[in-house]
Design a protein around this ligand. Structure first.
Ligand SMILES: [Zn+2]
Length: 154
């Protein structure tokens, strides 16, 4: 589970409001120890609209209901975090006009073959309705039940 202070949470919420009515996305960097402690929030561009426009058959959804982060961007942020002795501890995205939940797509992205790509990393999902934050949860991988478990943040 992730420890994240209110100031960093407000940075995530600000990005989610800014991107509305499209999905915001970004990366949370921090310290990995007995707890994950967030130290930095890095909003990143949602590439979904560009993918949707260039290949609507393969990418039927636009940025209102999906997000894609450039893997090169993730690599760069991971490398910079490593140089500081830190790591990517979480990723966030918003659900415009939808509730907080870990969707089928969210689970497939996090654990494409039923096993998490990054078991220590959690996912933050923020609901934004009419431009306002309606709720947020962290979804973390539970080793015993072998699935993502929700912890409400607000
Ligand atoms: Zn989602």
């Amino acid at each position: 589970m992730l420890k994240i202070d209110n100031q960093l949470l407000q940075e995530i919420y600000a990005e989610c409001r800014r991107a509305w009515p499209e999905e915001a996305c970004g990366i949370v960097v921090g310290q990995v120890g007995s707890h994950l402690v967030a130290t930095q929030v890095i909003p990143v561009r949602n590439l979904q609209n560009e993918l949707h426009q260039s290949d609507p058959k393969r990418y039927p959804r636009d940025a209102k209901t999906a997000y894609v982060i450039d893997p090169k961007e993730i690599e760069r942020i991971a490398r910079e975090a490593r140089d500081k002795g830190e790591a990517i501890v979480s990723m966030f995205h918003s659900h415009p006009e939808h509730d907080v939940y870990f969707s089928r797509e969210d689970q497939d992205m996090a654990a494409p073959w039923g096993e998490p790509l990054f078991p220590h990393m959690s996912y933050l999902v923020v609901s934004v309705t009419a431009g306002e934050i309606k709720g947020a949860s962290e979804f973390y991988w539970d080793l015993e039940s072998k699935k993502y478990v929700e912890r409400k943040i607000s």
